[in-house]
Write a protein that binds this ligand. Sequence first.
Ligand SMILES: [Zn+2]
Length: 93
Amino acid sequence: MPITVPRPVPAAAPAPISCETAVRRLWDYLDGGLAAPARAEVDAHLAACDECPPHFDFSRRVKVALAAAGGAAPGDDALRARVRGALRVAAAG
Ligand SMILES: [Zn+2]
C-alpha cells in the first residue's frame, strides 16, 4: 500500500493534501499535536473539501463526549496503539 510522505512546504502556502492525508492527521489535529505547517495544510484542506469537514466534526464530537464521560475510555490507549501498530505494518508492507 503506497503511503503519502508529507513534503516540506513554504509556511505561507500550505500544500494541497489528499483526503487520506487529512484523515490520517485527524486525531493529532484534534489533540493539538500537529506542527503548525501540518495543521495549516489540514485547515486548507477542510476549507476546500466537501467530504472531510463532517468527518472531523463527528470525531470532534466523539472526543468531547469522551471527555465529558470522564476522560478516555478504559482501553482507549491500548486500542489506539493497536490501530497505529496495524497502520505501521500496512505502511511497511
Ligand atoms: Zn477531504
